[in-house]
Write a protein that binds this ligand. Structure first.
Ligand code: 4AD
Ligand code: MG
Length: 463
């Protein structure tokens, strides 16, 4: 039997008991008095546990003195109140077994205490051993569980929409092609172009950019549904908020309009923020102290206040009257750039804001046309420090109006999507929450590349 570092540190094990912990060395210090101090972490808690190892151990010289950061060890001994500062308990070790050596301490890539996040991205296989990435990993897990938990408690079904698909939901042409073609022997059409109709075992296929279109069909049967899975965008963006592969949460609700959609977004975020503050106190204290000293307040503010909501038209007025010099000029009809989104949420409101009813020309075909015929029932949730974390809309449920917004080839391709408007159509709405952007918002980390274990961005398919 063994004890997790979490159980030992958090009082789940009485002092005076014999414990065994298994983990990796974060650091070691050898005192002149013949005692070594090992800091052992196992991923369960933010802090490592200190093991005090006396030189009376049989393998003190042969093993303990040779240990370095990164070695895997099993340490047994008595859990005692700590004499030193910095920890409440420690292990008075009576046995240290080395399970895995670090073959060359000098070359261990994360031996130093502080590394830049840029550098750690080149060590994606080892960065989870740092305290920052341990904390990110646990918060990511808690957020995912809180999201599933929220939907489960509220009667939503989780729909596993396909990753390989024929449709470009967002219509932005940012698709990764899935190919089974023999690159050395490409088929061609009569005109000489590559014949992609034979691509995926005789069909054209892509990695999904969003599960929305497919999840709408389940929504119009199950009433409340959501997807939560990986999505892909072949956009050549080199920013701190874009990944080529990211995870998205997409709820979809039937007999609902845009206000219901915004209510759902607000309720979901409040639920998950409450859970993360409750469950990951130690990790959140770290983010607060070392990454961004506003994170905890920021989450509390979201929990305690209702979201500010404004129309796009109103947002444009605010931006134009702000007196700020923006890089991208503002006028009615433009898509909001990140600087505009941040101004609205950070400086104007000071917390997340829901902007609703955007011009139809800058939004996707499936968004419901408003009575003014100039805007659609779209909403974005903009967050301080990040900008857009949620994009959603009420869907166009009227076949004629939808058809008018689709070009003819899309009407053919999305025959099944049109069917949903022919057979028992109802008003419905949904949104997509970018999971890595959410994690950045919660932790104060600045780059989405640090919010996913193995970031995929242009030029980084491997590491
Ligand atoms: O606004 P988007 O493109 O909306 C959709 O895909 C809709 N079909 C969702 C729906 O209504 N069901 O993307 C939704 C969210 C964004 O607000 C953002 O948080 C995130 O997904 N996102 C990205 N995150 C990381 N890297 C990227 N390249 C992202 N693109 C979008
Ligand atoms: Mg969007």
């Amino acid at each position: 039997a063994f004890t997790t570092v979490f159980a030992a540190l958090k009082g789940h094990v009485d002092t005076g008991s014999q414990v065994t912990v298994k983990g990796w060395l974060r650091s070691k210090r050898d005192s002149k008095a013949g005692i070594s101090f090992l800091a052992v972490h196992d991923g369960t808690a933010f802090d490592a546990i200190q093991a005090v190892v006396p030189n009376t151990l049989e393998n003190y010289e042969s093993d303990v003195l040779r240990l370095s950061t990164g070695c895997a060890v099993i340490v047994s001994g008595e859990l005692v109140e700590s004499q030193g500062k910095g920890q409440s308990v420690e292990i008075q070790a009576t046995d240290v077994q080395v399970v895995g050596w670090v073959d060359d301490a000098e070359s261990y890539p994360i031996a130093k205490k502080r590394h830049s996040f840029e550098y750690l991205r080149t060590q994606a296989h080892l960065r989870p051993r740092t305290n920052t990435f341990g904390a990110i990993t646990r918060v990511r897990t808690t957020l995912a569980n809180a999201i599933h938990n929220y939907f489960h408690e509220n009667g939503f079904n989780w729909i596993n929409t396909p990753i390989i698909t024929g449709s470009d939901c967002e219509g932005a042409g940012e698709l990764f092609r899935v190919s089974t073609l023999d690159m050395a022997n490409l088929p061609h059409t009569e005109s000489g172009a590559v014949d992609y109709s034979q691509d995926f075992f005789h069909d054209e296929a892509f990695l999904t950019v969003s599960g929305q279109l497919e999840v709408e069909s389940y929504c119009l049967a199950m009433s409340k549904v959501y997807t939560f899975g990986p999505t892909f965008r072949a956009e050549n963006s080199h920013t701190s908020r874009h990944l080529a592969e990211f995870w998205m949460v997409e709820p979809e609700i039937a007999f609902a309009d845009l206000n219901d959609d915004a209510d759902l977004a607000e309720d979901l975020l409040k639920h998950v923020f409450t859970r993360v503050l409750d469950e990951r106190e130690d990790d959140m204290a770290f983010f607060q102290q070392r990454i961004d000293n506003t994170v905890i307040d920021r989450l509390r503010t979201v929990i305690d206040n209702s979201f500010e909501r404004m129309d796009y038209t109103q947002a444009i007025d605010i931006l134009r009257n702000s007196g700020k010099q923006f890089e991208f000029p503002v006028e009615w009809g433009v898509d909001l750039a990140s600087e505009h989104e941040r101004f609205l949420s950070e400086e104007h409101v000071g917390r997340p804001v829901v902007v609703m009813n955007y011009p139809k020309d800058i939004k996707a075909f499936y968004m419901r046309l408003n009575d003014d015929e100039k805007t659609v029932a779209a909403m974005d949730v903009l967050a301080p420090g990040i900008g857009e974390i949620i994009g959603g809309s009420q869907r166009e449920e009227r076949l004629e109006v939808l058809d008018a917004r689709m070009d003819p080839h899309l009407r053919d391709e999305l025959w099944w999507y049109r069917d949903l408007r022919r057979y028992g159509t109802v008003p419905h709405a949904g949104f997509g929450l970018g999971f890595e952007r959410l994690l950045n918002y919660v932790t104060g980390m600045e780059n989405v590349r640090d919010a996913i274990p193995f970031p995929r961005t242009p030029g980084s398919a491997h590491f």
